[in-house]
Write a protein that binds this ligand. Structure first.
Ligand SMILES: *[C@@H]1O[C@H](CO)[C@@H](O)[C@H](O)[C@H]1NC(C)=O
Ligand SMILES: *[C@@H]1O[C@H](CO)[C@@H](O)[C@H](O)[C@H]1NC(C)=O
Ligand SMILES: *[C@@H]1O[C@H](CO)[C@@H](O)[C@H](O)[C@H]1NC(C)=O
Ligand SMILES: *[C@@H]1O[C@H](CO)[C@@H](O)[C@H](O)[C@H]1NC(C)=O
Ligand SMILES: *[C@@H]1O[C@H](CO)[C@@H](O)[C@H](O)[C@H]1NC(C)=O
Ligand SMILES: *[C@@H]1O[C@H](CO)[C@@H](O)[C@H](O)[C@H]1NC(C)=O
Length: 581
C-alpha cells in the first residue's frame, strides 16, 4: 500500500504526453509509472517467445502465426528500446516532463500474448471483414501486460498500441510508461484502411514501398493499393511479355522483378497490410504501345486533352482478339504470382474517354451504344480472369456511374469523384470504398506540373492544380465515408483509401506527403469519425495525439511532415485553438 502511494506521487510530479493513435475504441489509462527493460519476459500462448533483436520472418508464402507475432515483438522492442522518443517536444518548455530515476523501480515483468483462435488462409489474404482484427490489452499496476486477440494480426495491433505507451528517458538507458494501469478493448470501424501509391508517374524503390507499409502498420492501416502502371511508365516485369518493362520503364533497373513483387506482398502480409495491385484498364495504359503493336490506340496523341486527362494517353483497343490474347498472357503471368498473398485485384476503369475508340480501326465510334457492349465484354473477361485465380475484382466508380456496367456482386467499387457517389453506390447495394478527392487526395493543392503558354500569368495565375486546395489534416479528419447512410447501407462502405498520385512526388518527398496526413484518415477508418457517445471526434482531442504519432514515425525512420508549430505541440493546445472554437 505504501509502495502504491509513493508510485502515485512519483507519477504526479511530471507531466506525461498523451499517447495512442488511432485512439482505441475503449481505453482507460492510469497515471502510475512503470519502467520496461529489453529483458522483459514475453510469452505467446503460454510458451516463452525468444526476443531476438532484428528477428525477421523466413521468406515465402507459407505463413506461420508464431513467426508473425515473434517478428512483431522484435519490431515493437526496436520501437521501444532503439527508436523511441524523449517527449520534450510534447511537453511544456523546460517543464519536468519525465520521471526521476529511482533505484528501485516498478517494472513491466511480462508481456503475455494470447491468440484465442487459429489463423487460417483468410487471415493472410482476407476479404474486407473476413479477418478479426480486434485485440484487448491490459497492463496491471504490478507490471503484467496481456494482449489477447483472435488473430495474429490482432496481436500485432496490440503490440503497436503497447509500444505507444512507452517513452525513452533522456538518460538514454531507461524506458517507461506513465500510463499504468491500462485497459483497452479495440477493433476497427472499417475493414479497408488504405493508401494508394502510384509507381508510374514516378518510380519508387522496393524500400520506399516497404517503408510505406511499415508506417501503414504503425497506424493500424491494412491496405496498400499498388497502382503499378499507367500511360507514363510500365515498371512491372512480366516475364512472358518482357518488352513491357524493357521499353516501358523510365530506364533499365527502374522495374519490379517477380522477386521484388513477392517480397513486397510478403512484407505486407507479415504486417497485416494486404497489397491490392492495379493495372489500370482499359484507359491509362498507352505505354504498351512502346512494347507491343496494335494493342492500344491514341498513345501520344495530340491534342491530348481530347483523348485523356494527361499525356501521353492511350487505351486498349476494345474489339480486337489480339488484345484478348495479350491480356491472357498478362493475367496468366501476374495473377497467379500475387494470388497467394491477396484476395483482391484492381482492374482500374477510371477516366475512359470515348474519343479513343474513334481512332480504333476495329470500332471507329465514340457512341455509348457501340462502346458499352464492348466494355461489358471486356469487364466480364477481366473479372472472369481475376475470379479464376481466386481473387475479387476492384474497379473505379466510372464503370458504374458513367457506363452503368453490369458487375458481379463481389466487385468492390472505388469512388473518387465525390458529390455523393459513395452514398448512392452504397444505397444501390454496391460494396464501396471512399477516396473522395475533395478530402482524401494527398497530392492535391501543390501547384500545376504542366507548363503554360506565353500569356500564362494573365490566364492561369496562380498556376493551381486541378484539385486544390491542399487537403490539410483537419480536412481529411473531417470526412466520414459513411455520412448520411442508414446503419444497413453504411455496412456497404468497406472503408477508404487516401491517394498519393505521383505526378510531382518522388522518393524524396513521399514520406512527408503521406504522413502524418494519412494517419488522420487512418484514425477515422479505425476509430470511426463519430465516438461512442455519438459526437464527431474533435481536432483538439486529436492534435496532441497526432503530434505524438508523428514524432514516433520520425523516430522510426519515416520523414513525416510537421503540421503545426512546436509551440502548439509543446502543450499550447488551448492557446492554439481557433478563436471561434
Ligand atoms: C469499456 O471498458 C470498461 C472497463 O474496462 C467497461 O466497463 C465498458 O463496458 C467498456 N465499454 C465498451 C463500450 O465496451
Ligand atoms: C476483449 O474484451 C471484450 C470485452 O470484455 C470481450 O468481449 C472479448 O471477447 C475480448 N477479446 C478477446 C480476444 O479476448
Ligand atoms: C472528343 O473530341 C472532340 C473533337 O473531335 C472534342 O471536341 C471533345 O471535347 C472530345 N471529348 C472529350 C470527352 O474529350
Ligand atoms: C467487332 O469485331 C467484330 C469481328 O471483327 C465485328 O463483327 C463487329 O462488328 C465489331 N464490333 C464493333 C462494335 O465494331
Ligand atoms: C464524338 O466524336 C464527335 C466527332 O468527332 C465529337 O464531336 C463529339 O464531341 C465526341 N463525343 C464525345 C462524348 O467525346
Ligand atoms: C458531425 O459533423 C458533420 C459534418 O462534418 C455534421 O453534419 C454532423 O451534424 C456532426 N454531428 C454531430 C453529432 O455534431
Amino acid at each position: 500500500m505504501l509502495l502504491r502511494t509513493c508510485l502515485a506521487l512519483a507519477a504526479l510530479a511530471f507531466t506525461p504526453a498523451s499517447a495512442l493513435w488511432p485512439v482505441p475504441r475503449n481505453v482507460s489509462l492510469g497515471d502510475e509509472l512503470l519502467f520496461i527493460e529489453p529483458t522483459v519476459k514475453v510469452t505467446y500462448n503460454g510458451k516463452c517467445l525468444p526476443t531476438i533483436p532484428g528477428y525477421t520472418h523466413p521468406p515465402g508464402a507459407k505463413f506461420n502465426s508464431r513467426n508473425i507475432v515473434r517478428a512483431g515483438v522484435a519490431r515493437a522492442f526496436k520501437a521501444i528500446f532503439e527508436d523511441n522518443i524523449v517527449p520534450w517536444m510534447l511537453s511544456k518548455p523546460h517543464s519536468q516532463f519525465e520521471p526521476e530515476l529511482p533505484r528501485r523501480r516498478s517494472k513491466v515483468v511480462s508481456i503475455n500474448i494470447i491468440q484465442t483462435e487459429e489463423d487460417d488462409d483468410t487471415t493472410f489474404r482476407p476479404l474486407a471483414g473476413e479477418l478479426d482484427e480486434s485485440y484487448n490489452l491490459t497492463l496491471t499496476s504490478d507490471g503484467v501486460a496481456t494482449i489477447r486477440a483472435a488473430s495474429s494480426i490482432g496481436c500485432l495491433y496490440g503490440l503497436e498500441t503497447f509500444l505507444q505507451l512507452f517513452f525513452e528517458h533522456s538518460s538514454g538507458s531507461s524506458w517507461y510508461t506513465p500510463h499504468a494501469p491500462v485497459s483497452i478493448q479495440d477493433s476497427p470501424e472499417f475493414p479497408h484502411r488504405g493508401v494508394l501509391m502510384d509507381t508510374s508517374r514516378h518510380w519508387f524503390s522496393v524500400d520506399d514501398i516497404k517503408r510505406t507499409i511499415d508506417a501503414l502498420s504503425w497506424n493500424k492501416m491494412n491496405r496498400l493499393h499498388f497502382h503499378v502502371t499507367d500511360s507514363q511508365s510500365w515498371p512491372l516485369e512480366i516475364p512472358s511479355l518482357p518488352l513491357l518493362a524493357e521499353r516501358g520503364s523510365y530506364r533499365k533497373g527502374l522495374t519490379y522483378s517477380p522477386a521484388d513483387i513477392a517480397s513486397i506482398y510478403e512484407y505486407g502480409v507479415h504486417r497485416g497490410v494486404e497489397v491490392v495491385m492495379e493495372i489500370d484498364m482499359p484507359s491509362h495504359i498507352g505505354i504498351i504501345d512502346l512494347a507491343y503493336e496494335d494493342i492500344v490506340v491514341a498513345y501520344n496523341i495530340q491534342p491530348y486533352q481530347w483523348y485523356c486527362a494527361q499525356p501521353p494517353c492511350g487505351a486498349l483497343r476494345m474489339n480486337s482478339t489480339r488484345v484478348y490474347d495479350f491480356l491472357d498472357k498478362l493475367f496468366d503471368d501476374i495473377l497467379p504470382r500475387v494470388a497467394p498473398y491477396s484476395a483482391y485485384w484492381h482492374t482500374g476503369g477510371d477516366e475512359m474517354n470515348r474519343n479513343d475508340s474513334m481512332l480504333d480501326p476495329d470500332v471507329r465510334s465514340n457512341s455509348t451504344e457501340v462502346l458499352a457492349p464492348l466494355l461489358q465484354r471486356f469487364l466480364d473477361y477481366a473479372h472472369g480472369k481475376v475470379r479464376e485465380y481466386g481473387m475479387t475484382p476492384f474497379v473505379w466508380e466510372e464503370m458504374i456511374t458513367d457506363w452503368d456496367m453490369d458487375l458481379g456482386e463481389d466487385v468492390v467499387i472505388q469512388s473518387w469523384l465525390g458529390g455523393g457517389a459513395v452514398k448512392e453506390l452504397a444505397e444501390a447495394g454496391h460494396k464501396v470504398i471512399d477516396s473522395n478527392y475533395n478530402f482524401w487526395y494527398l497530392d492535391c493543392g501543390r501547384g500545376a506540373w504542366l507548363n503554360f503558354g506565353p500569356d500564362a500569368f494573365q490566364q492561369f495565375y496562380p498556376f493551381n492544380d486541378w484539385c486544390g486546395p491542399t487537403k490539410s489534416w483537419p480536412l481529411i479528419y473531417q470526412h466520414n465515408p459513411r455520412a448520411g447512410l442508414s446503419e444497413e447501407d453504411a455496412k456497404n462502405v468497406l472503408g477508404g483509401e487516401v491517394a498519393v498520385w505521383a505526378e510531382s512526388i518522388d522518393p524524396n518527398t513521399l514520406d512527408s506527403i503521406i504522413w502524418p496526413r494519412a494517419s488522420a484518415a487512418g484514425e477515422v477508418l479505425w476509430s470511426g469519425r463519430v465516438d461512442a457517445s455519438g459526437n464527431n471526434r474533435t481536432q483538439s482531442n486529436a492534435m496532441p495525439r497526432l503530434s505524438e504519432i508523428r514524432e514516433r514515425m520520425v523516430a522510426r525512420g519515416v520523414r513525416a511532415a510537421a503540421f503545426t508549430q512546436q509551440f502548439c505541440t509543446q502543450g499550447g493546445t488551448d492557446d492554439c485553438r481557433h478563436m471561434a472554437v
